[in-house]
Ligand binder design. Structure first.
Ligand SMILES: *Cc1c(COP(=O)(O)O)cnc(C)c1O
Length: 493
């Protein structure tokens, strides 16, 4: 399989090269030159497999320069870190299911890919005969950072640096990052929001001077953000696996269509679903759910992508994003792989903060988009707890709310899977508030949420509140490059 860039279709890289580079020199993202196909027979075959087996099979179709047996071993090791089934499908009502992606070490869906990425990256280096150390640069809206730190901690030949927006993450998310142990982990707060952090990190990737200075120190750079192909590909697997589980339990027949409702920020999760669909997975609709930062809702409904708007801090901080990176990969596909057009649109985004496409170009029948405000998100948590005895976090609730609107408006009764992206305990104060309580302190909110719901909080979260805060660096967004260098030189812990 050849990987090319969304901004230059002449580029041709192997999967190993694409994973190691993270982002293309031209600023574009790596995309497969074609999609592997998935037949009904393939699905039948996957149904009898365990999750690590399913994942290894699906991933091997994309990472074809990796050894299959090795991939299987990596998947087994990565998903061993999860508590039980890595991604169970839970029935909440007839025809409505939750795909719970948060049983990993950091209690959010980022673990599905970030427990595996270090193995993929290490193997990619081996495949290419590269002996440089790798500096993993990551911008986080809250959950990626911790998952990257957990995934890469003490992995030989890597240093991981995480930048998070100083005021943009929840207290629990902040604690998860600043208490992180490990010899190769670095964390800094950036004064600004997630978009500032993400843009600064992307600029660092395209900074030739920085690259040269890091090379002199023996480092290459890569990314743990969802722009990295090694994040995207493992996420394709759980869409297909959910479908297999529904077929296995008799909820659907192989060949039936399923809808997926996805809480969306950087468009990485839903894009992985779209790739599964391009492979042949029978999908009716992807319901793209945003919070008040509803730039994607507007884009899918009008064709205009415009980030010149107010930025809102919401109870679903991992979706507080205006520059949705992975949308670029969808636009590449939707425009018939027109790299010149993608280049033009993203040039406009940089200079004017907006671009426009014909709405029918992007919708392609398979996308519906909507958004939920804070009140609606809260209502969804409350209603699902009342009616279905199901407790969900604030991000999942955005999708549940948008799904409710969609199903009322359309009466579409296609079986629907909501992607449940975080443990409710990770956002305990807001979830508890939605259920009618008041407790701003996350530690106390966890205890109260446990008693109201009779659920158990994962230890990895409850233990945070007694751990030492190790990382206290705060920088201006203009100092990212300097901070990267100082981390690499070992002058900044
Ligand atoms: C990252 C994240 C999202 C958004 O996923 P994208 O791939 O950025 O669209 C949603 N919910 C949670 C809990 C997250 O951590």
């Amino acid at each position: 399989m050849i990987y090319t860039s969304t901004r230059d279709a002449h580029k041709a890289l192997s999967a190993s090269e694409a994973i190691l580079k993270g982002i293309s020199d031209d600023g574009g993202l790596f995309v497969p030159s074609s999609f592997p196909t998935l037949s009904a027979e393939d699905i039948d075959e996957l149904i009898s497999m365990s999750y690590p087996e399913r994942a290894a099979k699906i991933i091997s179709l994309y990472l074809d320069d990796f050894d299959y047996e090795e991939l299987l071993e990596y998947c087994e090791k990565a998903y061993e870190r999860f508590d039980g089934d890595p991604c169970p499908v839970v029935k909440v009502e007839d025809g409505l299911y939750m795909l719970e992606l948060w049983h990993g070490p950091t209690c959010a869906f980022k673990d599905m890919a970030l427990t595996l990425l270090p193995y993929l990256l290490t193997a990619a280096k081996r495949n290419l005969g590269i002996e440089d150390k790798t500096l993993i640069l990551t911008a986080t809206s809250g959950d990626t950072g911790k998952a990257a730190l957990e995934g890469f901690k003490d992995v030989d030949g890597t240093e991981v640096i995480v930048f998070y927006p100083s005021k943009g993450v929840s207290e629990t998310q902040r604690l998860q990052m600043v208490t992180q142990e490990g010899d190769n982990v670095h964390v800094a707060a950036i004064k600004g929001n997630f978009d500032d952090a993400q843009t600064a990190v992307k600029d660092a990737f395209n900074d030739d001077e920085l690259k040269a200075e890091l090379a002199a120190l023996g480092y290459g750079m890569s990314s743990a953000n969802s722009i990295n192909l090694g994040r995207l590909v493992p996420q394709i697997a759980y869409y297909i696996s959910a479908y297999c589980d529904l077929a296995d339990s008799g909820e659907i027949e192989v060949g039936d269509k399923v809808n997926f409702a996805v809480p969306t920020g950087n468009f990485g999760n839903v894009l992985a679903g779209y790739y599964a669909y391009k492979m042949g997975l029978p999908v009716g609709k992807f319901i793209i759910a945003s919070n008040a930062n509803n730039v994607l809702t507007d884009f899918f409904n009008t064709g205009e992508y415009d980030i010149n708007r107010d930025f809102f801090k919401t109870a679903s901080p991992s979706m507080d994003i205006l520059i949705s990176s992975n949308l670029e990969r969808l636009i590449y596909e939707a425009t018939g792989r027109d790299d010149a057009l993608v280049r033009e649109l993203y040039g406009k985004l940089k200079t004017e903060g907006k671009f426009e496409l014909a709405p029918e170009t992007v919708r392609a029948d398979v996308f519906e988009a909507g958004w939920a405000d804070e009140e609606e998100t809260k209502d969804a948590i409350n209603t699902f707890f009342d009616l279905d005895d199901y407790v969900m976090d604030t991000h999942t609730a955005v999708a549940a709310s948008v799904y409710n609107d969609y199903s009322c408006d359309t009466e579409d009764d296609t079986p629907t899977v909501i992607l449940s992206t975080a443990s409710p305990f990770k956002f305990a104060p807001d979830v508890f508030y939605a259920l009618g309580g008041h407790e701003k302190d996350p530690y106390k909110a966890i205890a109260k949420l446990q008693s109201v719901t009779a659920l158990e909080c994962p230890d990895s979260l409850s233990e945070l509140f007694t751990a030492d805060e190790i990382h206290n660096t705060v920088i201006d967004r203009s100092s990212v490059k300097e901070a990267v260098l100082r981390f690499a030189e070992g002058k900044l812990k």
